[in-house]
Design a protein around this ligand. Structure first.
Ligand SMILES: [Zn+2]
Ligand SMILES: [Zn+2]
Length: 245
């Protein structure tokens, strides 16, 4: 059994390098889910030939537009496409209400229409494993401001463990989250500039040996990281990159 992961979006919030906003597609047997769904994700999916109707679940690290802003578009597209398949959406507490407000702001009355398909919401509590058969997801609080808790997510599926940092400055919670993971996907927004709430490559490099993951891939690159690509020794994601675990 293998798990296939495709980076549909690996950019920052601002389209740096022409990259799509964060969206990672994971296929574990017949089950397909997204790790984050930035505002540009429906475009990224259609460009890559990924049918949105086949998505069974969306896991959200935090409530910033470049991580969850694509969901209102995906829901409306599903409604028009007469989706009937169940959809699960999991993320920080406040996710369901923020999604309702966002949908309503972007497409008035859209949040009032009755979906033909069931949506199950899961608001994740820190360090508590939630089962979304066949997935298991555990949230680790990280250091990032989004008006609701921000998480790194540890996902178990198809016998593999995939961890994604979301957006965060360095925190020891990443060591805990990434421990024993088959793949740890980590934000690297800047090359060496240290700012509050975001990770830079040099800081991550300093802690690399302490991360107990088998493979580390960097994502969420800003212009500064893209410009310094030749100086980066760790593996980097790019839109369309696929990994088989
Ligand atoms: Zn972000
Ligand atoms: Zn963010």
């Amino acid at each position: 059994l293998s798990v296939t992961l495709t980076f549909l979006g690996t950019g920052d919030a601002f389209g740096s390098g022409g990259r799509f906003q964060t969206c990672i597609l994971i296929r574990a047997e017949a089950f397909q889910f997204l790790l984050d769904c930035g505002a540009s994700s429906l475009i990224a999916m259609k460009k890559s030939g990924v049918p949105p109707l086949a998505i069974d679940a969306i896991l959200v690290t935090h409530l910033h537009g470049d991580h969850f802003g694509g969901i209102p578009y995906l829901l409306l597209d599903a409604q028009f496409a007469r989706r009937e398949r169940r959809l699960r959406i999991a993320g920080p507490p406040g996710l369901q209400e923020r999604l309702r407000v966002t949908s309503e702001a972007l497409f008035p009355k859209s949040s009032q229409s009755q979906h033909r398909f069931p949506i199950d919401f899961f608001e994740l509590e820190p360090r508590t494993t939630t089962s979304l058969e066949p997935l298991r997801v555990t949230a680790y609080p990280v250091v990032h401001f989004a008006g609701a808790p921000a998480y790194a997510l540890r996902v178990e599926c198809g016998g593999r463990v995939i961890v994604y940092s979301g957006d965060t400055e360095w925190t020891e919670a990443l060591i805990e989250a990434a421990s024993g993971a088959d793949l740890f996907i980590c934000e690297a927004y800047f090359f060496n500039k240290r700012v509050k709430y975001h990770m830079d490559y040099q800081t991550l490099l300093q802690h690399r040996a302490r991360l107990g993951c088998k493979r580390l891939v960097l994502t969420h690159m800003g212009q500064d990281m893209i410009d310094r690509a030749a100086d980066v020794s760790l593996e980097c994601a790019e839109d369309g990159k696929t990994i088989v675990l």
